[in-house]
Design a protein. Sequence first.
Length: 422
Amino acid sequence: MRYRPRRAPRRRTAPGWAIAALAVVAGLAAGCGGDGDPAPGPGTDAAGAGSTTTGAPTPEPPTTEAAPLGELPIAGGTDAEGQPLPPPLHAVASLVVSRDQPWWPYLADDLVELDGAATAGLVAELRAAVAPFTAARIPVGIELGLGPAAAICATDPALLDDLEAAGHVVGGHAERLADILRLGDTLDRCGRALGTVSGFGALVAPSGRTPDRGTAVDAMQILAVQDVHQLTGAVSPACEALGLAAPTHAYGTGADTAPWRSAWSTGNPCADRADARIVVVDQATLAPIGAALGGSDRIDAAAAATIAGQAEQALAYCADLRYRTPEELPAPGIVTWGFTVRLTDLFPAPAAEPPPEPDDAVDTTDPADGARDAEPDPDAPAADADPLTLLTELLAALGEPAADGRLVWTTAERVGATLRLG
């Protein structure tokens, strides 16, 4: 993937239908934020104050595929004996950088007062989270929420240059309709276009309310006006909750493996329409799975195994398709899989310290307990690795199918460009 230097914000031109939609968009923006017309987030241009350089050597960019943008290989080719190979599984990874309060690390929704310590922690955690992907030469879509995008653009815009130089792609994450508009303005001020967005599940069911089909169409309409090209994340569960047909290749794989071009303009954002422009790339979620499913409230070995198992099943599904021509593959003819992970799940907040005991508390500890506790319990389970280590191990485990071509790490941008060729 070539390094893309910082560019001036591009002018977005809306199609004819979008002019009439702007009034609807403005009304939604005013109503969803709760504060009237939201102010755009702060930012700096390419020469603006706050730019910094790290001085660190530029790592070798991730490798996706030799084909030009928009020409992903669909068929698998043949082996040395002339037998057909499975169609490649195109894998897309995303890192969501957002918290429950979309304005974090700012102190309020007006994006005026910035928490300096929180911003420094954000930058450090983001660099650490991206490092395993860079080391494995895997491009990751970095989907910034409104607050993180504004904070980085205001204080350390060179960080985004570093990430793109390493082969990654900067996108956005929005869980409120109004934030799509503000996020687009913020990234424009930072010299980037809002090309890929995640957060559809929260957009169609704001504040935990019942998913609404009209809201889903409104969300797609605002994305289209903002010239968004791709939507990523666990979109199919939201489509299923809406009672709409989910265009998936699941077939028992345990993962949604079909991208689609959203037919939102005809009222069904979950249906594939060949001439549609917004491409949806479904992803699994690397997240805590809870004790009921054999895990815990953090990313643990069980959570990582769930994602690895989905990848294995999706590869088996591709193997079942090896004797089909691209025309015989389920529409739209390309098999994808991928996962998304939140920065907050990789770096969970530390547990609260227990309150101190009063000075006059009576010590009832048996002195012999210390000696007993000092002896390790041979039957105790081994301490689980931290989430970032588990992510690193997961990417390494996926290196084998990537090495032999069965799995091709790519980006949502390439998948979208490929589908729009037709």
